[in-house]
Design a protein around this ligand. Structure first.
Ligand SMILES: Cc1cc2nc3c(=O)[nH]c(=O)nc-3n(C[C@H](O)[C@H](O)[C@H](O)COP(=O)(O)OP(=O)(O)OC[C@H]3O[C@@H](n4cnc5c(N)ncnc54)[C@H](O)[C@@H]3O)c2cc1C
Length: 387
């Protein structure tokens, strides 16, 4: 019998097309060569590695599923594998690409005017323009229908007031897709970084996603031309459709984080000797490692199936909720258990599990908390919205 790959016990790899396998290998090599050598330092010093943005762009990872506009036009298995490999490096790397691709380029591509697409999409694909997505507000991200940020018409312009909180890439962004209530429904505004009255300070003191920039956004009578309002959307369905895109990618990302932790622990328990033999010879250690492999395998199959549904155009948001809930929970539990099996060494960023564990505290909260996704599935089963 041939040996199985411990990271891929059900051989998902053999189901990939040549192009999908090439995307996985290319992004995997980038993560090995360019992310893993620096990421512990970035995390420790609360620094996003700006210098690798051009390389991410060169690989075609921004807006990778978009056709045209200098984007790669890949399928959703490829997009998922990109997320998986990036998050094997760090959730911050995957968050950066998720936001740029699914939360900024996707709404401009789907709801934007031709002029907006021409202006932003090629520049974003090349990494020359960075975007952020402002939906969450200080009074409660789980309930976006309670949005307070408000815009009113003033001639050919709009005047925007309010604030957003916990916005990935906010301080770095050249353009913010900002969702605001108007007399004509919820609209998306393309707010540019130098518009008077707009400020995007970084949020400090984070203990999670330290290699990612998270910001507040403040709008004090910001004048936005009507040409910078997304014409194709006037309800919460707009931002929620973006979240479905991003959450789809998030189902893949934590698989990478969990694989990184399991890989490190398989190696560690082979060499760590206690009570006269390697830790890996202990039954309870093997049970724990086996349980991780079981959970990773289930998550891989869920995400692969989601990719097929998404490419077929039949993906249901509830399916994404179930997979986001399952896969992030899987990864956070694995990271914590790996941290424990490393003993004291597990509290050092010299080993990856505590970094992944802390990062995943954000991933389990953003893009819909675990509770919200359970309630989405509950609503599907019972027909009752219990939010
Ligand atoms: C690092 C980071 C990056 C982020 N990036 C972005 C971004 O780029 N753009 C953006 O718009 N947002 C972003 N977010 C915000 C994120 O989406 C919100 O934090 C999330 O939606 C939760 O909102 P909240 O923090 O206001 O918590 P709340 O909504 O106040 O929730 C608090 C608690 O109440 C629970 N809860 C909520 N509703 C119910 C209910 N009906 N029944 C029972 N329990 C409930 C929640 O599960 C949670 O445990 C980011 C967050 C983080 C931490």
């Amino acid at each position: 019998m041939h040996a199985l790959n411990p990271m891929d016990l059900f051989d998902i790899r053999s189901m990939l097309t040549d192009e999908e396998a090439m995307v996985q290998d290319t992004v995997g090599k980038f993560v090995d060569d360019r992310v893993l050598p620096i990421i512990a330092d970035c995390f420790e010093h609360h620094r996003f590695p700006m210098d690798i943005i051009p390389e991410i762009a060169e690989l075609g990872l921004f807006g990778s599923t978009i056709d045209g506009y200098d984007c790669a036009g890949l399928n959703n298995v490829c997009y998922g594998l990109i997320c998986q490999e990036l998050e094997r490096g760090d959730s911050g790397m995957r968050s950066f690409v998720s936001v740029q691709s699914s939360l900024v380029m996707y709404p401009i591509y789907t709801y934007g005017s031709d002029a907006q697409k021409d202006r932003w999409l090629p520049a974003m694909a090349r990494g020359e323009a960075i975007g952020c997505f402002g939906l969450t507000e200080p009074q409660g991200g789980s309930d976006p229908s309670n949005m307070k940020t408000y815009a009113k018409r003033d001639g050919d312009d709009w005047i925007l007031n309010g604030s957003k909180m916990w916005i990935t890439n906010g301080t770095l962004a050249d353009v913010a897709v900002v969702w605001a209530v108007t007399d004509e429904g919820v609209k998306g505004f393309l707010v540019e970084k130098d518009m008077p009255g707009f400020d995007a300070p970084e949020i400090e003191h984070k203990m999670s996603l330290r290699a990612s920039v998270t910001s507040s956004l403040f709008f004090d009578n910001v004048r936005v031309p009507n040409a910078s309002v997304l014409p194709g959307v006037s309800s919460l369905r707009g931002p929620l459709s973006c979240l479905t895109q991003a959450r789809y990618g998030i189902t893949w990302g934590p698989i990478g984080a969990a694989q990184a932790c399991l890989r490190e622990l398989i190696d560690y328990t082979e060499t760590r000797e206690l009570f006269g033999e390697p830790l890996s010879h202990k039954q309870s250690i093997q049970e724990r490692l086996a349980d991780m492999a079981r959970r990773i395998t289930a998550a891989q199959l869920l995400s692969y199936r989601l990719a097929k549904l998404k490419d077929a155009g039949t993906l249901h948001p509830t399916q994404v909720s179930l997979a986001k809930w399952n896969n992030v929970r899987m990864a956070i539990d694995i990271a914590r258990d790996c941290r424990d099996m490393l003993g004291g060494s597990g509290i050092s960023v010299e080993f990856s599990p505590i970094r992944h564990m802390l990062n995943l505290e954000s991933v389990i909260t953003y893009e819909g908390t675990e509770t919200i996704h359970k309630l989405v599935v509950g609503k599907e089963l019972t027909g009752v919205a219990a939010f």
